[in-house]
Design a protein around this ligand. Structure first.
Ligand code: NI
Length: 255
């Protein structure tokens, strides 16, 4: 069955039908979901979801674009949440120079702090990195991110960058973008990355795969992603689903 490693079911895009949708996942082949926090509020909402649904686990953390809200006091609050049983990762954290807000210094400061926290609480990290490949890699190396391990979510860089993250033993979250016709570089990277380092994800409600590009995304669309990875690697879709499920259980320590 499918392990969905990155969704935002707390997003208001699901306010109308969240419960119905989540309850339909299992019968559609989705076994587990990691709901990912992107701000303090969405971290709170993620905790609520993981407490309500047995198949939902949580990545808790603050996305680079939201780091302006962090201070010593709420950072301490955040740290306490990792002792919850179903908190399995620190994320999503990282750098986003596409939006370039708040300033890079603020983003970098809290990226480092959250990488350090991951080491303290002994959890892997979920990294968001957009148009910031070099700084992301440099900071990860300086902070010794290989000690916790983790994944590069929505990997969007070249094969050469993939090699750098592979050297740190990181995993790669692959989602709807791989089905886009113009995603040539990403398809090349997916061909290069060994299957045992790939995770399936959606980033729902964003980044729906072809043929639903531009629409609201959900974990139900993951088979389109698995199919494209299978095509690129010349293996079966079932094999992609099975191996990536094992990968996710291993990374997030879910038996
Ligand atoms: Ni995300």
């Amino acid at each position: 069955m499918i392990f969905e490693t990155h969704a935002h079911y707390d997003d208001e895009a699901f306010d109308q039908d969240r419960e119905t949708l989540l309850e339909s996942l299992k019968e559609n082949g989705i076994e587990y979901v990691i709901n990912v926090g992107a701000s303090l509020q969405s971290t709170k909402n993620t905790i609520r979801l993981m407490e309500k649904y047995p198949f939902i686990y949580g990545a808790l953390g603050v996305h680079p674009s939201e780091t302006e809200e962090l201070n010593e006091e709420n950072f301490l609050w955040l740290k306490e949440q990792y002792f919850l049983k179903k908190a399995v990762a620190v994320g999503e954290i990282g750098l986003d120079y596409y939006w370039d807000e708040p300033d890079r210094q603020t983003q970098q400061k809290w990226f480092r702090r959250q990488l350090q926290m991951a080491k303290e609480v002994r959890l892997p990290v979920v990294i968001h990195s957009r148009e910031a490949a070099k700084d992301t890699l440099d900071i990860m190396k300086e902070e010794k991110a290989e000690e916790t391990g983790g994944e590069i979510h929505c990997f969007s860089y070249t094969k050469e960058m993939a090699r750098e993250f592979l050297n740190m033993d990181f995993y790669f979250g692959i989602g709807g973008v791989v089905t886009f016709q113009n995603a040539k570089k990403l398809k090349e990277a997916v061909e290069y990355i060994p299957l045992d380092k790939i995770l399936l994800e959606t980033d729902s409600p964003y980044l729906a795969p072809v043929p639903f590009r531009g629409k609201r995304n959900s974990s139900l669309n993951i088979p389109y992603v698995a199919e494209e990875i299978a095509r690129i690697k010349g293996i079966s879709k079932e094999q992609v689903i099975e191996v990536t499920n094992c990968n996710a259980r291993k990374l997030f320590s879910i038996p």
